[in-house]
Design a protein around this ligand. Structure first.
Ligand code: 5AD
Ligand code: SF4
Length: 455
């Protein structure tokens, strides 16, 4: 393949976009482009976009907007908007970004090369937001080309059929469809060969994996991945509370490589709001699922997603959410102010909440959670935990110079996904080592590898 120059990929949004950007990099590589971290060197710039909230969308437009000036001095530069905003906007993207060359929808990746050819042969404003049943099968399996080889995402399904009333995903990622088990296992084998130790299986609703296609169930898929030699840890996201089966709970309990952590978005603690969100479960059902889970896996770490300020959310509804945090005591939460998305039904709901009120509720919620996150972290002090070593720590913790002496400060993660900093001069990145936890902070833990002398 002819050498075409450098490609710069800018990724906004979720883990699935990180995964998709790796696929885009592979496609660009096979098309003669070398990926670079230096935007100034780029001959093609791809912005892989997210439309889940207004802010993410604005970030994409402002990133791409910069290239109007740059293209004046570099007319051969190809600019691409890929992913969810591209899918949502189609032709309209050219109104806000007139110098844009390609709009590449979420299901058009396999046709990317042809679109580049079209631009090279003089075609302007090329758009592909067509549907495709292709879900990665037609693409080469991800092989590791970057340095972060320890932990990788593997998408097992695309799209969503749930239609929560606030969410753009079903509109920009299409109907739910699952990848075959053979294809998934093949990709994981390649990753393991390249040195990957931890696999995170991704889907909008992994609990319904394979159901439409009559494939194996998600717990069965977990068992298959658990059997792969060289995989040390398995994570997955996202589970939907309405589909959290007992079989999945048993899989978390019984499969040794599946991490003792579950991310289970609740979104709101109020039944009235859950109904308006079309979530398909009640607060009581959610609590019941957590109760069953904790019965089988007493030490499981829990995290969740919450939206505050959804239309119609009264003070009482918000208090229901606050009380739910007090009742469940999550290890961590991701909380968001509701953001109106024009393609989602909730945009048409009356009774939208004032932005100031949303912000105030968000701050109160985060402040409350900080207490529980720190409390959960403090409970780790004195425990000996298995930590997967990720690398050298970028940020040194103040006051620990005496502990570091001539050692490096390293960073890793526990099974429960907590960050641990520790001093060492001889651990190997990718190893799972035992660390005695000695201190806890709001967002991380500190400890020493077992057997280490200096305290
Ligand atoms: N506004 C705010 N947050 C949203 N999310 C999804 N759609 C919206 C929206 N319109 C949040 C949900 C979801 C997470 C990925 O993003 O909490 O679980
Ligand atoms: Fe969006 Fe709901 Fe589907 Fe999650 S389950 S992707 S929130 S529609």
């Amino acid at each position: 393949m002819k050498y075409r120059g450098y490609a710069y990929i800018y990724t906004i949004g979720c883990q699935m976009n990180v995964y998709d950007s790796e696929k885009l990099a592979i496609i660009l590589n096979s098309y003669g482009y070398e990926t670079t971290d230096d935007m100034d060197k780029a001959d093609i710039v791809v912005c892989n976009t997210c439309s889940i909230r207004h802010k993410a969308e604005e970030k994409a437009f402002s990133f791409l907007g910069r290239f109007a000036r740059i293209k004046k001095n570099k007319p051969h530069l190809i600019t691409v908007m890929a992913g969810c905003v591209a899918q949502q906007e189609g032709e309209k993207a050219f109104v806000r970004v007139p110098h844009l060359d390609i709009v590449l929808g979420t299901q058009a990746f396999s046709r990317f090369g042809k679109l580049i050819d079209a631009v090279k042969s003089g075609k302007q404003k090329v758009v592909d937001i067509n549907d495709s049943s292709m879900i990665y099968e037609a693409m080469p399996a991800t092989s590791c080309t970057d340095e972060n080889k320890i932990s990788k995402f593997v998408t097992i399904m695309q799209g969503c059929d749930n239609y929560c009333t606030y969410c753009v995903v079903p509109h920009v990622r299409g109907r739910e469809r699952s990848r075959t088990e053979t294809n998934i296992v093949e990709e994981i084998n390649l990753l393991v060969k390249a040195g990957v130790k931890e696999i995170t299986l991704l889907g909008q609703n992994v609990n319904s994996y394979g159901q439409k296609e009559g494939l194996i169930s998600f717990p069965q898929l977990l068992a298959k991945v658990n059997d792969i030699n060289g995989v040390h840890r398995i994570r997955f996201a996202t589970s939907h509370p309405k589909d959290l089966s007992d079989d999945l709970i048993y899989a978390i309990r019984d499969l040794d490589k599946v991490c003792n952590h579950l991310h289970l978005p609740i979104q709101s603690g109020s039944n009235k709001i859950l109904k308006k969100m079309n979530r398909g479960y009640t607060r009581e059902k959610y609590i019941d699922r957590i109760f069953n889970l904790k019965k089988e896996c007493p030490d499981i770490a829990l995290s969740t997603d919450i939206i505050v300020g959804f239309p119609f959310e009264s003070r009482e509804d918000f208090n229901d959410t606050m009380n739910l945090l007090r009742e469940i005591e999550f290890d961590s939460i991701f909380a968001f102010a509701y953001s109106d998305r024009s393609s989602a039904p909730a945009a048409k709901f009356s009774n939208q909440i004032d932005e100031g009120k949303k912000k105030e509720r968000l701050n109160r919620l985060l402040e409350l959670q900080e207490y529980y996150t720190e409390k959960k972290n403090k409970k780790q002090i004195g425990k000996i935990l298995d930590v997967l070593v990720e690398g050298k720590s970028g940020k040194k913790r103040d006051g620990f110079d005496h502990a570091l002496k001539n050692m490096e400060q390293m960073v890793g993660r526990t099974e429960s996904n907590k960050i641990v900093h520790f001093p060492s001069k001889d651990v190997i990145i990718g190893d799972i080592i035992k660390i005695r936890i000695e201190n806890a902070y709001p967002h991380s833990l500190w400890g020493h590898p077992l057997g280490a002398q200096n305290k």
